[in-house]
Design a protein around this ligand. Structure first.
Ligand SMILES: NS(=O)(=O)c1ccc(NC(=O)NCCO)cc1
Ligand SMILES: [Zn+2]
Length: 256
């Protein structure tokens, strides 16, 4: 049978997606001393109102896990957002087993072992497909995972990874689950205009990167490797599915 081509790494994406060398690419290294505190962000606080029955299923996309969300009643607004955005999915990026790299954004050059992305689309568009390539189309909340004690809230999800080892595998989420439990208690964040961090790399994302990491256990980080993907030497554990930081191109990073 014809083997599907193994996906090219980040340093080759520009060949098929020239926007990879664009003016508002993500992720970036967040230089905290250059971030500008913007009172407007606190004057109109970021509002996260998720429901606890919005998560439908977990799937292996071949590049990450993805919890598919029925956007009903899972909205964010305020902060840097001029509109209401609805949660459509969340996923993560991570590094090698036991390593400390794996996050996409870095903070003064510091990496975390993983980074969660909660993806929302602007309600001014009719669906995520229409929103995904518009300059104000998406808002993604990034949450750093640090290695420490077990995250009880993430456990029901990390326990499902073993059930979706291969691309397109999918398992239904039959229990109530509120993704807000994955957010750090302190809601301070950095925000800047960027892009999808995977092809097609559309420059359509208002990034909201939480300052505080949330702790997950080494076992929960290891559970991410129950997901398998295609490697040049055949099927292997999914890891290092992160894009490194991209040029800031003069963009301003704002801070609460
Ligand atoms: N890693 S990331 O920047 O959070 C990201 C989010 C959404 C996508 N793509 C997406 O939502 N496509 C569905 C609509 O066509 C790709 C990467
Ligand atoms: Zn992502």
């Amino acid at each position: 049978q014809v083997a599907s081509p193994v996906p090219q790494g980040p340093n080759k994406w520009h060949e098929q997606f020239p926007i990879a060398k664009g003016q508002r690419q993500s992720p970036i290294d967040i230089v905290t001393s250059n971030a500008k505190v913007d009172k407007a962000l606190s004057d109109n606080p970021l509002k996260v109102s998720y429901s606890n029955n919005c998560c439908q299923s977990v799937t292996n996309t071949g590049a990450s896990f993805q919890v598919v969300v029925d956007g009903a009643g899972t909205e964010i607004s305020g902060g840097p957002l001029d509109s209401t955005y609805k949660l459509v999915q969340f996923h993560a990026h991570w590094g090698p087993l036991g390593g400390d790299e794996g996050s996409e954004h870095t903070v003064d050059g510091v990496t975390y072992p993983a980074e969660l992305h909660l993806v929302h689309w602007n309600q001014k568009y009719k669906d995520v497909g229409e929103a995904v390539d518009k300059p104000d189309g998406l808002a993604v909340i990034g949450v750093f995972f640090s290695r420490g004690k077990e995250h009880a809230g993430f456990k029901p999800i990390s326990d499902l990874f073993a059930k979706v080892p291969r691309k397109a595998d999918k398992v239904d989420i039959s229990f109530n689950y509120d993704p807000a439990c994955l957010l750090p208690a302190r809601r301070d964040y950095w925000t800047y205009l960027g892009s999808l961090t995977t092809p097609p790399l559309f420059e359509s994302v208002t990034w909201i990167v939480m300052k505080d990491p949330v702790e997950v256990s080494a076992e929960q980080l290891a559970a991410l490797r129950n997901l398998l993907w295609e490697t040049p030497s055949g099927e292997g554990q999914m890891c290092n599915n992160y894009r490194p930081p991209q040029p800031l191109q003069g963009r301003l990073v704002r801070s609460t």
